[in-house]
Design a protein around this ligand. Structure first.
Ligand code: URA
Length: 219
């Protein structure tokens, strides 16, 4: 069945290629994620991500930002996608938003940053830090899903609307869902604001503090 699916996809891709396409947009109905076979060993998974050219973002990236942290972490933070500093260093959340996230982890949760795992929905920087397209997010999502399967976190904190949307398939505004405890497949999801949003809207820090205190209690 899988072979048939792959053969049909390959046929379709070859057809696109004949028409001059170099990339294709994958829509949710076309992508059967259970058919995507990815390695369970994190080094192999990372190697695959570093060589990925499945979407247009691979054309302009400097580095693939796979994620970093403790592979046995109880807590996983998922952001949107790499910014300029992340693209040049290959590490997630190391720019201004990263400083804010590190403070949230270390000063509120009282956990060293190295003891959580941090990654993003997409692993390559979109031009001008635009929001990733649905196609980009869905193409990249299997990497995140495999990271979750390997790390097996107890709690996933999604940072901002994009991370929440693509982890839950729920389009609700982040202001409505933040602070909720959502049961995922073997883990809890707690959505909160993105650190970049907090830099622009410091008054939202109070709500994020409440969300993090909930995380601390649940841990
Ligand atoms: N913003 C994100 O969503 N992720 C990063 O890694 C950096 C900034």
């Amino acid at each position: 069945m899988k072979n048939l699916h792959n053969a049909l996809q390959l046929k379709q891709l070859l057809l696109f290629k004949q028409f001059g396409y170099r990339y294709t947009d994958i829509t949710p109905s076309e992508l059967e994620e259970e058919c995507v076979e990815l390695p369970y060993h994190i080094d192999d998974l990372k190697k695959l991500a570093l060589g990925c050219h499945l979407c247009e973002l691979s054309k302009n990236r400097h580095q693939v930002v796979f994620g970093e942290g403790d592979l046995n972490a109880d807590l996983l933070f998922v952001g949107e996608g790499p910014g300029a500093t992340e693209d040049s260093t290959g590490r997630p959340f190391v720019g201004r938003a990263g400083e804010m996230l590190t403070k949230m982890i270390e000063n509120v949760l009282h956990i060293p940053r190295s003891e959580v795992y941090i990654t993003n929905i997409i692993k390559c920087r979109p031009p001008n830090n635009r929001v990733p397209t649905e196609s980009e997010a869905l193409t990249c999502r299997p990497f995140l899903q495999r990271q979750i399967a390997v790390i097996k976190p107890r709690i996933i904190v999604t940072l901002g609307a994009t991370a929440y949307r693509y982890l839950t398939n729920d389009n609700s505004p982040i202001s409505k869902v933040r602070g909720a405890v959502i049961q995922g497949d073997g883990y809890m999801i707690i959505p909160t604001y993105h650190p970049s949003y907090l830099l622009r809207n410091p008054s939202a820090k109070k709500e994020t503090l409440d969300d993090l205190l909930k995380v601390k209690t649940l841990l």
